[in-house]
Ligand binder design. Structure first.
Ligand SMILES: NC(=O)c1ccc[n+]([C@@H]2O[C@H](COP(=O)([O-])OP(=O)(O)OC[C@H]3O[C@@H](n4cnc5c(N)ncnc54)[C@H](OP(=O)(O)O)[C@@H]3O)[C@@H](O)[C@H]2O)c1
Length: 321
């Protein structure tokens, strides 16, 4: 079958290992099933994989892609939960120390077909297109958990989102504003700041800007480039939720801010299958839809990868099989 895969990894030149072509059909272990992929969205995770992060050489070649929406073997429209727990794991899949994401140990979603555990299938409601549904399992699910399970904020609270243009960041802006949070954003680009305001952000700032007042919570996925500003921007007792570090680990860590103003620094990763179902319900109930920056045929996937690697994306890039 046709697939988009990592043939090699290179920390400095990630796209050099990206190849498109024939790959074997996925193996289907007991309790697993296959989905005919209709749409799959790109995440920064796919760039990390090409850099070799979480993808050791012995697992190559590896079909990339965490997120998919498609049709299962019985003809049902489904979304795949991307977190693969180890056999027999019970409870929150994201706490399984042996969990992986699709494309880390098992072939990913940038292919005509993908195998997933039966329990990872979530019904796709007719209100969402395949392209919209394919945006939800990684970026949007991560944002949902950050805001509604980890941030410890109630409607009316002010939340700063660092790096407004990203897949997780745009989801944070839309979910948070729809839930009654006052969302403030930073972005390096004028245009992305303006678009974040259109998506529901209340105010938009340049990176590092002094804010009119301190905020109740900060959502971090950028890492070193924005971390000092995140710590400075929180009220005493505020919460910094971190789920990514695109620009690397911050140094120094700013511990004096953390203890002196009694901040909580909370890690967050993906979300459970149940949270994915709740997120889909939230989208149906509110009419919220992920902003799709571009839909690219699977055979032109390189173009989508170039956009994400360059940080030029606003929202999500979706590949269609
Ligand atoms: N833990 C998890 O479960 C989980 C899940 C999803 C994502 N993540 C991680 O979260 C991060 C974001 O993922 P994504 O898919 O949303 O990525 P993305 O769509 O590629 O977005 C990257 C974001 O980083 C900002 N950015 C990039 N370089 C920057 C720089 N030098 N200075 C300031 N901002 C910069 C951009 O903001 P502007 O261009 O607007 O400034 C953009 O919002 C990645 O590191 C990813 O691995 C983790």
């Amino acid at each position: 079958m046709f697939a988009v895969y990592a043939a090699r990894t290179d920390a400095e030149d990630p796209l050099s290992g990206l190849e498109l072509g024939e790959q074997p059909e996925p193996e289907v272990p007991n309790g697993w099933t296959t989905i005919a992929v209709r749409a799959a969205s790109l995440n920064h995770h796919d760039i990390w994989s090409l850099r070799g992060v979480g993808l050791p050489t012995e697992r190559l070649p590896m079909i990339l892609g965490c997120d998919a929406a498609g049709v299962d073997e019985d003809g049902n429209e489904v979304v795949a939960h991307a977190v693969i727990a180890s056999p027999g794991w019970r409870g929150d899949e994201t706490l399984d120390p042996a969990r992986t994401l699709l494309s880390e140990l098992h072939p990913g979603t940038f292919a005509e077909r993908v195998a997933v555990p039966q329990q990872n299938l979530v019904p796709k409601p007719p209100e969402l297109s395949f392209e919209e549904a394919a945006c939800l399992p990684t970026a949007w699910l991560t944002a949902y958990r950050m805001l509604f399970a980890k941030a410890n904020v109630a409607p009316g609270a002010t939340v700063l989102v660092q790096g407004a243009g990203g897949g997780v960041a745009t989801a944070l802006v839309m979910l948070g504003s729809r839930a009654g949070l006052r969302i403030w954003v930073t972005s390096r680009s004028d245009e992305k700041r303006a678009r974040a305001l259109q998506l529901g952000a209340e105010q938009a700032f340049e990176p590092g800007a002094r804010l009119p007042e301190r905020v109740d919570a900060v959502m971090e996925t950028v890492g070193a480039a924005t971390w000092p500003h995140s710590l400075r921007s929180l009220k005493g007792g505020g919460t910094l939720v971190v789920s990514g570090a695109t620009t690397g680990d911050p140094s120094p860590a700013g511990l004096s801010h953390v203890f002196f103003r009694q901040l909580s620094v909370v890690g967050s990763t993906m979300g459970t299958r149940d949270e994915l179902e709740q997120l889909i319900g939230f989208c149906v109930a509110t009419g919220l839809r992920p902003p799709v920056d571009e839909v690219v045929p699977l055979r032109d996937a390189r173009r989508g990868f170039e956009t994400v690697a360059a940080g030029d994306v606003f929202g999500k890039i979706v590949l269609t099989a």
